[in-house]
Each structure stands twice: as structure tokens, then as C-alpha cells.
Design a protein around this ligand. Structure first.
Ligand SMILES: *Cc1c(COP(=O)(O)O)cnc(C)c1O
Length: 224
């Protein structure tokens, strides 16, 4: 894989959309990340707290680490001191734990709330009602160590791009709804994280300003 070339090509597209490219490096070795880093890339995404932490420890400290995978509450403490953005907050319980660990680490942790927009039941995420329960809930008022910066969602894994587009449109609608309806100090809808290797073009057309791309940059993943 020409990792540096892939990054450059994608960045020329995302720049046009004022979109941030998160290079998803899960399962990939540090040398691959270094190639992207040496090409000037700083935003990397991982889906496991342990792998994220291990890579953070050995790679340059100006890398911005994005947590994009489903997390158990007991794993938050490992990434709280350094994580740049958690895309995958999918429950009130997890948000509470992020706030707790943010307090311990003496920082405000930037989060996206993950919505379930796909047809597949296996995917994680809040329902629209569940999202507004959190955003209107009393608890959020006491969370001084979390900042909700936007929403994340994953479309159905399918070649049917009309279906994917419909799901992204729905997420954008919910994003705009939050923008219009929620006025609280630690909620600021700046980031709409949607789009992966197979569907980022559609996502950009539908208003994404953060795409998470793995295999298109680093090649297919091998899971053991
Ligand atoms: C793995 C992963 C990606 C990237 O997937 P690709 O299809 O390789 O681009 C994006 N978002 C999440 C949440 C992921 O887990």
C-alpha cells in the first residue's frame, strides 16, 4: 500500500469539504502509522482501548488519537489522560464514566454521541429518543469534564448506496435537530462523524465533516 499517497489523495478531497480525515489504524502496525505521520497526518482512530494506549505510548506525542469503537466503562480510564475525541459514546452510563475519568485526569474530554442509524441490529448506538434523553437530562448539567461536540453514526454495510444515503440523511437531520433544540454549555454541535472506506463519498455529499477511513489507506485488515 502507498500509505502516504493514499493519505494525500484523500486529504485533497476532504480539504474541499472542510472535513477532517481520521485514519483508522486498528490492527495495523506502528510502522504503517509512522508512514502516514511522516506524510503530515496527525489524526488516527482505533477501536480498542488497549491497542490505542499501546500505540499512544510509543508513537509521537502530537498525534491526535480518536477512539471510534464500542467501549466498556472500565476501559475509559486507560485513554482518559490523552484521548483527543471519543466518537463512540453510546450510553448514559458510559458518558458518566467519561466525566468521572475526565475529572481524575483533570481535563475536559471531547465526545461524540453515537447514533444507531443502520438496519443491522449488531451495530451500537443510541436511538433518537435515547439521545435526547441524555441531552435533556439533569445529569449532563453536572458533567464538567465532558464536552459533547457532535454525533457519530455507521451506515448499513451494503452496496445499496440509496440505503446508505438515506441513513446519512437521517443522521444529518438529527444533528441539525440537536443544533436547533439543545442549548446547554457542554453541548456544541460542531462535528458530524460519518463515512468509512466504502461510503465516504456519499457521507461527504450528505454533510459529514469527519470521515473515518481505514482499509482505503492501510489496506485490508487481517483478523486472527
Ligand atoms: C473500522 C472502522 C472504520 C474504518 O473502516 P474501513 O471500512 O476500513 O474504512 C470506521 N469507523 C469505525 C467505527 C470502525 O470501527
Amino acid at each position: 500500500m502507498d500509505i502516504a499517497g493514499n493519505i494525500k489523495e484523500l486529504r485533497s478531497l476532504t480539504d474541499k469539504y472542510n472535513c477532517t480525515l481520521v485514519a483508522v489504524s486498528k490492527t495495523k502496525p506502528e510502522e504503517d502509522i509512522k508512514q502516514a505521520y511522516d506524510a503530515g497526518h496527525l489524526d488516527f482512530g482505533e477501536n480498542k482501548a488497549q491497542e490505542l494506549t499501546a500505540k499512544y505510548e510509543v508513537l509521537p506525542k502530537d498525534i491526535r488519537w480518536h477512539m471510534i469503537g464500542h467501549m466498556q466503562s472500565n476501559k475509559v480510564k486507560y485513554i482518559a489522560p490523552f484521548v483527543h475525541l471519543i466518537h463512540s459514546v453510546d450510553s448514559a452510563k458510559l458518558l458518566k464514566e467519561v466525566n468521572k475519568q475526565g475529572r481524575k485526569a483533570n481535563r475536559k474530554i471531547a465526545c461524540l454521541l453515537q447514533l444507531h442509524i443502520a438496519k443491522e441490529e449488531s451495530k451500537f448506538g443510541l436511538s433518537e429518543d435515547g439521545l435526547f434523553e441524555i441531552l435533556n437530562g439533569e445529569a449532563l448539567g453536572n458533567y464538567e469534564h465532558v464536552q459533547i461536540n457532535g454525533l457519530m453514526g455507521m451506515a448499513t454495510f451494503t452496496k445499496d448506496m440509496a440505503q446508505v444515503r438515506k441513513e446519512f440523511k437521517n443522521l444529518k437531520r438529527i444533528f441539525d435537530r440537536v443544533k436547533n433544540e439543545i442549548d446547554r454549555p457542554n453541548v456544541k454541535m460542531d462535528i458530524l462523524s460519518m463515512g468509512m472506506s466504502g461510503d465516504f463519498e456519499v457521507a461527504l455529499e450528505e454533510g459529514s465533516n469527519m470521515i473515518r477511513v481505514g482499509s482505503k489507506i492501510f489496506g485490508e485488515r487481517n483478523y486472527q
